[in-house]
Design a protein. Structure first.
Length: 204
């Protein structure tokens, strides 16, 4: 028989069915089944908690105990704020084998914590290595070669280790130690124009 003490504690109950229970605390339960709403200030359990037939470990429940919405916290679920934004993420890794990246701009932050510039992502998506494509970044191939550029302007010094092949080249000064060998159809040396068959080589 259950024993009711003056302290209003009830002990040694094997099973109890009720439409509602109001108590300061319930302890020593092997299991508690609630078909309606369970309202409690604190729930302490030593094993998994089952909700709607799905078991949740205490570690999983702690991960959703987020204190600030929209701010990343260590070992916590990431919950976006009302603007669908999240801040304070230290590192974010994207699988390069994915097929879709949708982002209007990327902002890079400097040491002062302010946005320093923006990056238009479409310049860097679907780049062909070693091949020029309009409105795409320049990426060399595995042999450090690049082709397909229509016009290339250089305001400083262009240094070439072996040879250059191009339909036309315009330079203020050409400097080379040794012999410069040219095989043009037409060579324009300001202000004189010479035919290619009149030129063998010019020594410097």
């Amino acid at each position: 028989m259950p024993t009711r003490r003056r302290s209003t504690n009830v002990t040694n109950i094997n099973s109890l069915t009720a439409s509602s229970i109001t108590a300061g605390s319930l302890s020593g339960l092997t299991s508690l089944s609630v078909s309606g709403t369970l309202t409690a200030t604190t729930v302490k359990a030593t094993s998994d908690i089952q909700v709607n037939g799905t078991s949740y470990s205490l570690t999983q429940l702690d991960r959703v105990n987020v204190t600030t919405i929209g701010t990343a916290q260590a070992s916590k679920a990431l919950v976006l704020d009302a603007n669908r934004s999240a801040s304070n993420i230290y590192n974010l890794t994207i699988d390069p084998n994915g097929t879709v990246i949708v982002c209007s701009t990327l902002k890079f932050w400097n040491a002062a914590g302010t946005a320093s510039n923006t990056l238009a992502h479409m310049y860097y998506v679907g780049v062909q290595e070693g091949r020029a494509t309009a409105s795409q970044a320049v990426v060399l191939n595995s042999t450090k070669d690049y082709s397909g550029i229509r016009n290339l302007s250089c305001s400083g010094t262009l240094t070439i280790s072996t040879s250059i092949a191009t339909p036309s080249i315009t330079c203020d000064t050409i400097t080379k130690a040794g012999t410069i060998t040219l095989s043009p159809t037409t060579l324009n040396l300001n202000p004189t124009t010479d035919r290619g068959d009149d030129i063998d080589s010019y020594g410097c």
